[in-house]
Write a protein that binds this ligand. Structure first.
Ligand code: NAD
Length: 259
């Protein structure tokens, strides 16, 4: 379905991004992977995606650095002739009351979770416009629609991504380019796993209780979303069947934001 298309997936050495990269390669796309994982983690992730038989390369661009993001997009265009699909997925988290929120953590979350998407879209759009075809998929979050306490920077960045998605969609609506956001609820990735022991300690409960009573409490299905389910949605958004889906913020959250 995506044969001869080239996709950049930021933050794809782990978790949701790896699920999306895997699904896009499975649908025939060549993939440029990216992330700040260890050499071993990066090479494991690349082997998994390359098993589909499409071209897989790696960009070490740091999503806090606008010049490295522009270079990643330019390099991908040079090597592969085009960037047809851009998935802005890299993300980080920090949990703290707003009046104690470390300023450097705020700046880093806004840079990785919001500004990196602006820089990558800005760099990739001219090529998509020239070819009259493009797909931009932004990994937002249920936190692009609702808030939770102690996640001020994350919620602000994800609400920002929802707005950026709509704006870009409107600007390029007549040029064969779509821009959408996917908004998952909890997915059991390293980003979430790291929060479990701290939350257990902070609340004086077991890790099992954190999963059931804290993480999945607002998720009516009481099940984690999986990277494979998100990958399948991303593939659909990149297909020609989804040409009229643009500016949407698609929830994949077990009913969380229906409440
Ligand atoms: P993860 O920690 O498993 O993966 C994050 C990826 O981003 C990794 O590849 C990491 O190396 C990369 N990354 C982090 N900082 C980077 C930087 N400065 N430059 C380049 N790459 C960087 O996390 P995940 O849970 O898979 O999260 C992926 C996205 O999904 C994030 O945007 C996150 O906000 C969003 N999300 C996650 C959940 C969840 O429950 N896990 C829910 C909703 C949305």
């Amino acid at each position: 379905m995506l044969k001869n298309k080239t996709a950049i997936v930021t933050g794809s050495t782990s978790g949701i991004g790896l699920g999306i990269a895997d699904a896009l390669a499975g649908a025939g796309a060549n993939v440029i992977m990216n992330g700040l994982g260890s050499a071993a983690q990066n090479s494991d992730a690349m082997s998994r995606v390359a098993a589909h038989g499409t071209a897989v390369t790696f960009s070490p661009a740091d999503m806090t650095k606008p010049d490295e993001i522009a270079e990643m997009v330019a390099e991908a265009g040079k090597t592969n002739g085009a960037v047809d699909i851009l998935v802005n997925n890299a993300g980080i988290q920090h949990v703290s009351p707003i009046d104690e929120f470390p300023v450097d953590k705020w700046d880093a979350i806004i840079a990785v979770n919001l500004s990196s998407a602006f820089h990558a879209i800005r760099a990739a759009l001219p090529g998509m416009k020239a070819r009259g075809w493009g797909r931009i998929v932004n990994t937002a979050s249920a936190h692009s629609l609702v808030a939770s306490p102690f996640k001020g920077a994350y919620v602000a960045a994800k609400h920002g991504i929802a707005g950026l998605t709509k704006t870009v969609a409107l600007e390029v609506a007549e040029q064969g380019i779509t821009c959408n956001a996917i908004s998952p609820a909890y997915v059991l990735t390293p980003l979430v796993e790291q929060q479990i022991p701290d939350t257990a300690k902070a609340r004086g409960i077991t890790e099992e209780e954190v999963v059931r009573d804290v993480l999945l409490a607002a998720q009516p299905t009481r099940q984690f979303v999986t990277p494979e389910q998100i990958g399948a949605l991303a593939v659909h958004l990149c297909s020609d069947a989804a040409a009229q889906i643009t500016g949407a913020n698609l929830s994949i959250d077990g009913g969380w934001t229906a409440q």
